[in-house]
Design a binder for this molecule. Structure first.
Ligand code: TZP
Ligand code: MG
Length: 211
């Protein structure tokens, strides 16, 4: 089994990162305690994703934080990312696994118990579970699952899980109590005036909740 830390998983959004840019936001967030950074940009196409991803990879080198690319297998491979994340509508995880090889981390989003139970732990390394709450960051999101739904999905998952959707500091304890291995956030870090401090505050809450 691969070893990685899902504790504080930052999903970058180009609009919400407009102030500092995605690379600076990620760098600051990692200084604050973010353990994984996902490059998620649905607007620019593969070439821009590769360009940003290569810059991000250099920025994160030596920090211990992992770089995951959303959706785009070609970009993930060309960047030499640590992982790929796909949703339920982004194709078959088994096919993605074949294309990215054995070493890369593969994450899959799940919203239902059926999809969670179908996961093959020989193929998928972690799940993103949610949305826990409704969020303006992803207007087309599925029905929110709440903390009870989160707990049920996490319990059904054969792989580690990270919760996503409308999460902020006040939710840390309930998310970890539901059994998730970490929190994935966009606006709670990207949309703040000080991403380093926002990440630091979340990382402290996560550490405290685990005591
Ligand atoms: N997938 C499900 S909800 C979501 C994604 C990418 C967006 C979460 O954004 P925020 O700002 O943390 O609510
Ligand atoms: Mg997707």
């Amino acid at each position: 089994m691969k070893r990685f830390d899902l504790s504080l998983y930052l999903v970058l959004d180009p609009d919400l990162c407009a102030g500092y840019g995605m690379v600076e936001t990620a760098r600051a967030a990692v200084e604050g305690g973010t353990t994984i950074v996902q490059l998620r940009d649905k607007t620019g196409g593969t070439e821009r994703l590769v360009e940003t991803g290569l810059t991000l990879k250099r920025a994160l080198a030596g920090t211990g934080a992992l770089l995951i690319v959303n959706d785009d297998i070609e970009a993930a491979c060309r960047i030499g990312a640590d992982g790929l994340h796909i949703g339920q509508d982004d194709g078959d995880p088994a096919l993605a696994r074949k294309q990215i090889g054995k070493k890369m981390i593969l994450g899959v989003s799940v919203e239902t118990l059926e999809a969670t139970r179908r996961l093959d732990p020989g193929i998928v390394d972690y799940v993103g579970v949610g949305p826990v709450f409704a969020t303006a960051t992803k207007p087309d999101h599925k029905q929110p699952v709440g903390f009870d739904g989160l707990a049920a999905l996490v319990a059904a998952s054969p792989v580690p899980s990270v919760a996503i959707g409308g999460l902020k500091g006040s939710h840390v304890k309930a998310v970890l109590d539901a059994g998730a291995d970490g929190l994935a956030v966009v606006s709670a870090i990207c949309g703040t005036p000080d991403p380093r401090e926002a990440a630091r505050a979340l990382a402290i809450l996560i550490k405290e909740a685990r005591r």
